[in-house]
Design a protein around this ligand. Sequence first.
Ligand code: HEM
Length: 153
Amino acid sequence: MGFSEAQEELVLRSWKAMKPDSESIALNFFLRIFEIAPAAKPMFPFLREDAPLESHPKLRAHAVTVFVMACESATQLRKTGDVKVREATLRRLGATHVKAGVADAHFEVVKTALLDTIEGAVTEMWTPEMKGAWEEAYDQLAAAIKEEMKIAA
Ligand code: HEM
């Protein structure tokens, strides 16, 4: 599926604007997931310990990873027309998410949280086109992970 140069530019431009503040934006992103879907919380084994969400280093790491992977997938989509996460990584991601009990609905929650967070972070830079570009990048990455999940299930 096509991903245009303009879409890639929008993702990269907003990513660049967010990068200096990526730690706190990534944290907002994951807090937003649990705001939308509190039921997702027990899925993260490292959250079962008794510590506030804000203080979880693994939570921050996961949020940054999802951001970076969506961004990288945008670049790859334009270059090759396909999501290019290394084969081994994609395979592992499929297995991890099956094991964690992640379902399609969770991917939708994460998508909404991601878009909300970027909108809040880039403020006046946000446009329907920018939203569309991030949606496309995320959808294709999520589809690739879901494909691997089917194989791993
Ligand atoms: C773990 C990426 C969506 C829940 C991971 C890991 C990565 C990752 C890189 C680390 C483990 C590994 O490398 O195997 C992504 C990406 C996503 C996504 C790129 C979307 C495009 C989701 C969704 C959920 C979720 C929708 C459910 C709310 C988890 C859980 C773990 C995990 C529970 C295991 C944490 C642990 O046990 O340490 N994810 N993820 N992820 N992810 Fe995601």
